[in-house]
Unconditional design. Structure first.
Length: 180
């Protein structure tokens, strides 16, 4: 993001819509964090999508593709495509374990495991840059607030009758609207 782009975003938030929805501000902050990390990961030929799966596997190797999808918050076809690419790059292996032939488990290779030493410091660097000139108590408050937001929205989603529709169900809704 260029300095001009950053100044435009900051001016937007400070002047044009200082009281706009929190979701938009969080989205812009997330976009900036992701871009900063993507630039660093690119130097190691790792995409941000692969980073997401590597982080999960570094914490718990040997998950099923479905579990990885759920942990990453992405659809299974997205996980499948990423894992195929990661397997070609030598970061993971996929195999069936036991008698259940449907479940495919994902395991880090030594190469995938070794990436942690190179990549985690990059994420730590981005976090340090993001927190630069922000008081420690403000960082602590921000963490507390964001965790409360996550908890509140999870509670809302868990209420009876609320559930996230599948991509297929959403596509059907869109088809019905265009026909009607």
């Amino acid at each position: 993001m260029s300095r001009h782009d950053t100044e435009t975003i900051l001016r937007h938030w400070r002047e044009a819509v200082p009281d706009d929805r929190l979701a938009h501000l969080v989205k812009d902050a997330t976009r900036a964090l992701v871009r900063a990390l993507q630039m660093r990961l690119a130097g190691h030929h790792v995409s941000f999508g692969h980073w997401t799966f590597l982080r999960i596997l570094w914490e718990g190797d040997g998950l099923t593709q479905r579990q990885l999808s759920e942990e990453a918050g992405v659809q299974e076809p997205t996980t499948f495509a990423a894992l195929k690419a990661m397997q070609r790059l030598g970061y993971v292996t996929r195999r069936r374990v036991g008698s259940d032939r449907k479940k495919v488990y994902v395991f880090l290779t030594p190469k995938g495991r070794a990436l942690k030493r190179a990549l985690v410091p990059l994420a730590e660097e981005v976090n340090a840059i993001a927190a630069r000139r922000v008081a420690a108590r403000d960082i602590a408050t921000t963490r507390k607030v964001l965790l409360a937001i996550i908890e509140n929205l999870a509670g809302d989603e868990a209420e009876p009758g609320k559930r996230m529709p599948s991509t297929r169900a959403l596509a059907r809704l869109g088809t019905r609207r265009t026909r009607g």
